[in-house]
Ligand binder design. Structure first.
Ligand SMILES: N[C@@H](CCC(=O)N[C@@H](CS)C(=O)NCC(=O)O)C(=O)O
Length: 245
């Protein structure tokens, strides 16, 4: 089994955490976003969307971070299950994973692109940049790359920040009443939301801080403290290592 990813952050973090929680053997293949390796022809043969993560198992490719996590549960159901057995609780888990994929992930991602992705391409000439964009397979992603370079409209950034504030309140309210998001068990709901929320106490401290979100901070600390999370973070390339290659 092979996982293609950018390392332990955002959507790539979801299957990485699930693989370590389930103690599954796999080869971790790291793509360097700074070198646009995810837009290379060899990778687009694996994932025509030119995005990470992607899982290769038994000669087949599974894409979409949350789907990969569910796939691992389907193939290895008895290995440290990350889905509740009860159908109602499983439905709650999927409501949380659907929400992160359709709402929470996007507002955080746009601000992340605004802050970081523009800088990744500012050294390129217009021609070099357009040659890079030409390799991006998804139209909406081409638009996002261009906007990141020229600057996102202020109204859009304001709206995304409003959505982040709303998302944080929703998570805090749930975690005030329950240790884990879906039920009394650690599930993919926690893993998939953690993948986006981890680090917000630094990058979005106006929203995630001790005064406003003590339950989110406890939950982040509890997950970071899990043996699987510690092992995973210790063995995957860090942001720092990435910049050196
Ligand atoms: N819906 C996809 C989204 C994947 C995605 O947006 N991946 C990002 C990294 S977190 C990516 O590859 N971005 C590079 C790009 O779009 O050019 C999933 O959940 O796997």
């Amino acid at each position: 089994m092979k996982l293609y990813s950018f390392g332990p952050g955002a959507n790539s973090l979801k299957p990485l955490l699930a693989l370590y929680e389930k103690e599954l053997e796999f080869e971790s293949i790291f793509l360097n976003p700074g070198k646009f390796e995810h837009h290379s022809d060899w990778y687009k043969k694996l994932n025509p969307n030119g995005q990470v993560p992607a899982l290769e198992h038994d000669g087949k490719i599974v894409t979409e971070s949350t789907v990969i996590c569910e796939y691992l549960e389907d193939v290895f159901p008895d290995q440290n299950p990350l889905r509740p057995a009860d159908p109602f609780e499983r439905a709650q888990m999927r409501i949380w994973t659907k929400w992160v994929d359709e709402y929470f992930c996007w507002c955080v991602s746009t601000i992340g692109w605004h802050r970081m992705v523009g800088k990744m391409v500012e050294h390129l000439s217009d021609e070099e940049f357009e040659a890079m964009v030409a390799k991006v397979p998804i139209h909406e992603q081409k638009v996002k790359w261009r906007r990141a370079r020229e600057g996102f409209p202020k109204e859009l950034l304001d709206e995304e920040m409003r959505k982040i504030g709303h998302s944080v309140k929703k998570l805090e309210a749930r975690l005030q009443e329950s240790k884990w998001l879906a039920c009394d068990q650690y599930t993919l709901a926690d893993i998939c939301n953690f993948a986006i929320a981890n680090g917000m106490q630094h990058g979005f401290s106006e929203f995630v801080n001790e005064k406003d979100t003590p339950a989110i901070l406890d939950w982040l600390a509890r997950i970071n403290d899990r043996p699987a999370a510690k092992k995973m973070f210790a063995s995957q390339p860090s942001e720092f290592n990435r910049k050196k290659d």
